[in-house]
Design a protein around this ligand. Structure first.
Ligand code: AMP
Length: 114
C-alpha cells in the first residue's frame, strides 16, 4: 500500500532500526519504546489489522510468533518473560493500520494493561 508507513519501512524506503528480516516478515525497534526491549514485527504484506486476516495469512502469523521467540532469546528477555501485543481498533489504541506485533520485555509488565 503506497501511503502506509510500515509498508515503506518494510521496503526500506523509510529508515528503521532493523533487527530481523525474512521473506515475509520485517522486525525493527519501536521509535518510542515502552520497555527496554520493544520490537515491532510486521508482515511485509499489507494487512490492516487482525480482523483483516484471511486463511492465506495463517503461516505468516505463526512465523511472526516463532520470530518473536528467536528475538526474545537474542535480546535476552526470554527467560524473564516478554509480551506479544496487537492493538486492534480505537479502544485498543491502534495508531498504525498495518498489522504489527509489539514484542515487549526487559522490565516487569503490568497486568491488566492500561
Ligand atoms: P499501535 O498503537 O499498536 O498502532 O502502535 C504503533 C507503534 O508504531 C507505536 O508504538 C509507535 O511508536 C510505532 N511507530 C510509529 N512510527 C514508527 C517508525 N517510523 N519507526 C518505528 N516505530 C514507529
Amino acid at each position: 500500500m503506497t501511503d502506509c508507513i510500515f509498508c515503506k519501512i518494510a521496503a526500506g524506503k523509510i529508515p528503521s532500526e532493523k533487527v530481523a528480516e525474512t521473506d515475509t516478515l520485517f522486525a525493527f525497534r519501536d521509535i518510542n519504546p515502552m520497555a527496554p526491549a520493544h520490537i515491532l514485527i510486521i508482515p511485509k504484506k499489507h494487512i490492516p489489522n487482525n480482523l483483516a486476516l484471511t486463511d492465506d495469512d495463517r503461516l505468516v502469523v505463526g512465523d511472526a510468533y516463532l520470530l518473536a521467540n528467536r528475538l526474545a532469546r537474542e535480546l535476552g528477555v526470554a527467560g524473564a518473560g516478554f509480551r506479544m501485543v496487537t492493538n486492534n481498533g480505537p479502544d485498543a489504541g491502534q495508531a498504525v493500520f498495518h498489522l504489527h506485533f509489539h514484542l515487549l520485555g526487559g522490565r516487569p509488565l503490568g497486568w491488566p494493561p492500561g
